[in-house]
Write a protein that binds this ligand. Structure first.
Ligand SMILES: [Zn+2]
Length: 122
C-alpha cells in the first residue's frame, strides 16, 4: 500500500470518527467514568400516556443506534491505533497483507478475505 493510500484511509477514518462523535453527542451524554462509553439520554416529550410511550420508543431506538455507533467508533479508534503503530493492513489472524481494495471498501477490516470466511463459516 502506498503512503498516499494510507493517508487517504486515515483521513477518511478521522472524518468518520468526528461524524460519529457529533452524532452521539446529539442524543447521548459521554460517560464520565468509562472511557469511550456514551449513555443515551431519556427523552422528555411530556407526561401524557402517549407521550410516555413515545419516549420509551425513542429511547429504545436511540439505544440501538448508540450501540452500533459505539461499536463503529471503537473499530475506527483501533484501526487508527494500528495505523499509528505501523501495522495497518495486515491480517490479525494469519499476518498476510489484506487486499487493498478490501481495505478501501472497508477500512476497519482486520482480517483477510480467507480468514474472514473461515471465521464466519464456523
Ligand atoms: Zn488472514
Amino acid at each position: 500500500m502506498t503512503k498516499e493510500t494510507l493517508e487517504k484511509i486515515k483521513k477518511d477514518l478521522i472524518t468518520r470518527k468526528e461524524q460519529i462523535e457529533k452524532e452521539l453527542a446529539g442524543f447521548t451524554k459521554k460517560d464520565e467514568f468509562v472511557k469511550d462509553n456514551y449513555r443515551s439520554e431519556f427523552p422528555d416529550f411530556g407526561d401524557k400516556e402517549d407521550e410516555n410511550a413515545e419516549e420509551i420508543a425513542t429511547y429504545t431506538d436511540n439505544l440501538s443506534v448508540e450501540y452500533s455507533l459505539e461499536k463503529t467508533l471503537r473499530d475506527i479508534k483501533k484501526t487508527l491505533e494500528r495505523i499509528e503503530a505501523g501495522n495497518y493492513g495486515k491480517c490479525a489472524y494469519c499476518g498476510k497483507e489484506i487486499a487493498e481494495d478490501r481495505l478501501l471498501a472497508r477500512p476497519t477490516s482486520n482480517a483477510c478475505v480467507e480468514c474472514k470466511e473461515k471465521l464466519t463459516s464456523q
